[in-house]
Design a protein around this ligand. Structure first.
Ligand SMILES: NC(=O)c1ccc[n+]([C@@H]2O[C@H](COP(=O)([O-])OP(=O)(O)OC[C@H]3O[C@@H](n4cnc5c(N)ncnc54)[C@H](OP(=O)(O)O)[C@@H]3O)[C@@H](O)[C@H]2O)c1
Length: 293
């Protein structure tokens, strides 16, 4: 029987990719944008779950403005923690499984990488704290919830590092990129494919199944932001690739602190879900190809 998915978020990187790929799966997706469900209103979001009675709920929207979250803490907390908790509770009442998406920024990146799912958390910024609280609110509200932590999300659309680098390079200005933060880039498309493939398995799984809990999903490999930029230019611009200088995090001041190396371990993804993502360079090649049209 066709699986009923209720998706929160239609315009972000992940939301767009889920909608693009859904036709390739046996799913009927109802997708709610901000106009139908503002995640600043937990009750309204929960009411949508009760109205639609899906098999699986996917929360693809979030407060993702990492620096702004330092000054908009209350809104970020509502969107990333309180509303996901309310959605998860309504999903439990409706008998629905829940997928919430979280971040590697729950880790402090201070020497413990690669981090397993049960490694100690210690977010360095307000965004990370709200996402960690969101993991806890959904897990507490619904025993059939899965928190998928991801990192450095990129895609051909929305706001992301690949598009920013290509825009800056096109402007012809000298480039300096942070070279002491490392992580795993993640294609929003690859993450969407994982979620859509997993949804029917979650719908069929009872509470207590190992598929629920927390899992890390990212493309394989690890890179610094500077070397990521170098590869983006090599793939997109070839011989015309600009020089990319390095910069230390300590010399690039932003309102929110970032972890130096919050790289996530992907072993549980392979062991429990049977999934091995492709290398980030291969995922990047698809994104670059689409951007070049
Ligand atoms: N981007 C990354 O590098 C990264 C890294 C680790 C984890 N994550 C997590 O991955 C997930 C997907 O991220 P993404 O990159 O796809 O995000 P994104 O491109 O920044 O999009 C955010 C989405 O959330 C929606 N949204 C924000 N506030 C909302 C509100 N109050 N009510 C309803 N919708 C709201 C936005 O809608 P509007 O268009 O209306 O603003 C947009 O659709 C998120 O949970 C994020 O925390 C992302």
């Amino acid at each position: 029987m066709t699986l009923k998915i209720l998706q929160f978020g239609t315009t972000g990187q992940l939301g767009v990719e889920l909608l693009r790929q859904a036709p390739g799966h046996d799913v009927a997706v109802t997708a709610l944008g901000r106009a139908e469900a503002d995640l600043a209103d937990p009750d309204a979001a929960a009411a949508q779950v009760r109205a639609h009675r899906p098999d699986v709920v996917v929360i693809a929207a979030a407060y993702t403005a990492v620096d702004l979250a330092e000054t908009e803490g209350d809104l970020a907390r509502t969107v990333n923690a309180l509303t996901p908790g309310a959605i998860a509770a309504a999903a439990r009442e409706a008998g629905a499984a829940l997928i919430n998406v979280s971040t590697d920024y729950v880790f402090d990146g201070d020497g413990g990488a690669p981090y397993a799912e049960d490694a100690p958390t210690n977010p360095l910024n307000a965004y990370g704290r709200t996402k960690l609280e969101g993991e806890r609110t959904v897990a507490a509200a619904n025993p059939r919830a899965l928190n998928i932590r991801t990192s450095w999300v990129v895609s051909p659309h929305g706001k992301n590092f690949v598009k920013t680098m290509l825009r800056v390079a096109a402007a012809g200005n000298p480039l300096k990129v942070v070279d002491d933060q490392a992580g795993r880039p993640t294609s929003a498309g690859d993450l969407a494919g994982f979620i859509l493939g997993l949804a029917p398995r979650l719908a069929a799984a009872p509470a207590g199944d190992p598929l629920f809990g927390t899992v890390h999903f990212a493309n394989t490999g690890e890179v610094t932001w500077r070397d990521f930029a170098v590869e983006i230019f090599a793939q997109a611009l070839g011989e015309a690739a600009p020089e990319v200088g390095g910069q230390r995090t300590a010399d690039y001041v932003t309102p929110a602190r970032r972890p130096l190396r919050a790289t996530m371990d992907l072993g549980r993804l392979e062991r429990v879900y049977g999934v091995t993502p492709r290398p980030w360079q291969a995922a990047l090649a698809d994104i670059v190809a689409e951007l070049k049209g």
